[in-house]
Design a protein around this ligand. Structure first.
Ligand code: TEU
Length: 550
């Protein structure tokens, strides 16, 4: 494949939309979102203008981690529907020009997966080596202790003792999520079959859960300690269970499997938290015939400062080196199902100001060089839910309460209308619908030209219309401390200027002095207004997207 041919592919031009299926639309009244519900909302998504949907896991699962504990990789959870529903969703999405990506959770399975159940029966079982079973070390009182000091993300040792066979197994996450042994070629082959199963059906690609965790140090060395951190997990440097060099080989194998089919895409979730250069970790997995894309989560942890965002963009741009062949491509994301929603991270005491920030954030996300990922509800300004302790569902939310309340807040139901339960369900929702649903909902924003929803639509439509916004280079013009960021997106024939004021007060920026600029979209300025060269004064939270008029 020629690098030039690689430069234009649908996923580089696409706007992606993440659906957390439990919370999107419930069609059968059981309080949990489902596939028929998603089908009902495809026209909404089409009108929003997004190009592809990524569904968080929909496979059969005991739901200990709400689907990130898979019990069968090639079936659909009855909670979400049937395989016929899935085929219907795929066809209905494709009929509307929407592509569909699945979430593949392949670092671990559920402890209820038949592979693990078999593996746990005896040390001699042929599937024993599909997981990471190890002898304990001799501990105090003759009791065995874990093979090394690795911690699970949720807390406590990553090793679970199994009484029946007298060994430990590794679980990087919950103990109900045993890690697979990716050094075993049979495991790899089984997973490639899973990938081909969905590709054959017509699925357009995959988001790969914790793609940098699959391989662990072969000799299980202890991680060195760090002094600071909330969880025991944070008080280690993860040298030996993350980012092992051989992990890239697996990504290459996945890429090769996917590339046997045309037009499919892979996006790796690279589990890397600041401090540390998250962009470099992510870039590693897209270089050298690795994945098509990887997430750099820098924006999820960025404070509300123009210079902090500018730095995150610079790091990502630098890590992905635009001159690299094959062409490496960034992506940007403000929110997902694991971190508090952006609008709430950036909220101030004033509702109007919070909304103004959400507009600036959206303009940034949708005018950068790189595929934008929108998290469901972001486009209408769903806030992070406040979940009472008794209603906490996320297992990650329990051990560190009240310092860390888990991830339910960012997973509350989509707010469709002012109807009961926000129009999400006719039953009792699995997580409470935010109390503001009567006011903040799709129906209320649909026909309001000043709504956040219509701002997202306008930005997405603009990105579609203007090649420079999709494919142009990124060049920073100026960054004024915490307050304002201005950049150019340029192709050979087109130059677009984006100026964003992150502050509540007006701010004046210097425009690149060549030519005149015509405003394409802006928060305050009327459209199509020409800007003089020289200086541009942005009102508080002002946004200008303008094209150079030659
Ligand atoms: O996330 C991995 C991960 O980084 C999170 O578990 C993170 O530690 C947590 O959100 C606290 O910040 C992926 C999935 O996105 C997540 O939903 C799953 O729970 C996890 O893997 C295990 O599959």
């Amino acid at each position: 494949m020629s690098p030039a041919g690689e430069r234009r592919s649908w996923w580089r031009d696409a706007v992606m939309y993440q659906i957390y299926p439990r919370s999107f639309q419930d069609a059968n009244g059981d309080g949990v979102g489902d596939l028929p519900g998603i089908i009902q909302r495809l026209d909404y998504l089409r009108a929003l203008g997004v190009d592809a949907l990524w569904l968080s896991p929909i496979y059969p699962s005991p739901m200990r981690d709400f689907g990130y504990d898979v019990a069968d990789y090639t079936a659909i959870s009855p909670q979400f529907g049937t395989m016929d529903d899935f085929r219907a969703l795929l066809a209905a999405a494709h009929a509307r020009g929407l592509r569909l990506l699945l979430d593949l959770v392949m670092n671990h399975t559920s402890d209820q997966h038949p592979w693990f159940l078999e593996s746990a029966t005896s040390r001699e079982n042929p599937k024993r080596d599909w997981y990471l079973w190890r002898e304990g070390k001799p501990g105090r009182n003759g009791r065995p202790s874990p093979p090394n000091n690795w911690q699970s993300v949720i807390g406590g040792s990553a090793w679970q003792w199994d009484e029946r066979t007298g060994q430990y197994y590794l679980h990087s996450f919950l103990k109900e999520q045993p890690d697979l042994n990716w050094r075993n070629p049979t495991v790899r082959a089984a997973m490639m079959d899973v990938i081909r199963y969905w590709l054959e059906m017509g699925v357009d690609g995959f988001r790969l859960d914790v793609a940098n965790c699959f391989l662990k140090d072969e000799t299980l060395r202890d991680n060195p300690r760090r002094v600071f951190g909330l969880r025991p997990y944070d008080r280690q440097r993860h040298l030996y269970e993350l980012n092992q060099p051989e992990n890239l080989d697996i990504m290459r194998q996945i890429r090769a499997t996917v590339d046997a089919y045309t037009g499919r895409v892979t996006i790796g979730e690279i589990y890397a938290l600041p401090p540390g250069d998250t962009a470099l970790s992510a870039a590693y997995y897209v270089g050298g015939e690795g994945l098509h894309m990887a997430f750099d989560f820098a924006f999820l942890f960025s404070p509300w400062r123009a210079d902090a965002f500018a730095r995150a963009i610079d790091r990502w741009e630098r890590a992905l080196d635009p001159d690299h062949e094959p062409y490496l491509w960034p992506n940007f994301t403000l929110s997902n199902h694991d971190q508090p929603r952006a609008i709430s991270r950036y909220a101030t005491a004033r509702g109007e100001e919070t909304l103004a920030r959400a507009r600036v954030a959206a303009a940034l996300l949708l005018t950068l060089r790189g595929t934008p990922f929108i998290y469901y509800g972001e486009e209408i300004g769903i806030r992070n839910g406040r979940i009472r302790r008794s209603r906490i569902q996320d297992p990650f939310g329990k051990p560190y309460w009240p310092i860390y309340k888990g991830r339910d807040g960012e997973r509350t139901p989509m707010q469709w209308s002012a109807e009961p339960e926000g129009g999400f369900t006719t039953g009792a929702p699995w997580l409470p619908v935010n109390p503001d649903a009567a006011r903040v909902n799709v129906a209320a924003q649909q026909d309001d030209p000043t709504s956040l929803l219509n701002w997202y639509r306008a930005l997405i439509a603009l990105r579609k219309r203007e090649p420079a916004l999709r494919a142009g280079s990124y060049r920073r013009v100026s960054v004024s401390g915490s307050r304002a960021l201005c950049y150019l997106r340029e192709t050979a024939g087109q130059r677009i200027l984006v100026a964003l004021n992150f502050a509540r007060n007006a701010h004046t920026i210097a425009l690149p002095d060549e030519g005149t600029w015509r405003v394409l979209l802006g928060s305050q300025q009327p459209e199509e207004k020409a800007l003089e060269g020289g200086a541009l004064t942005l009102p508080g939270y002002g946004i200008v997207i303008a094209r150079a008029v030659s």
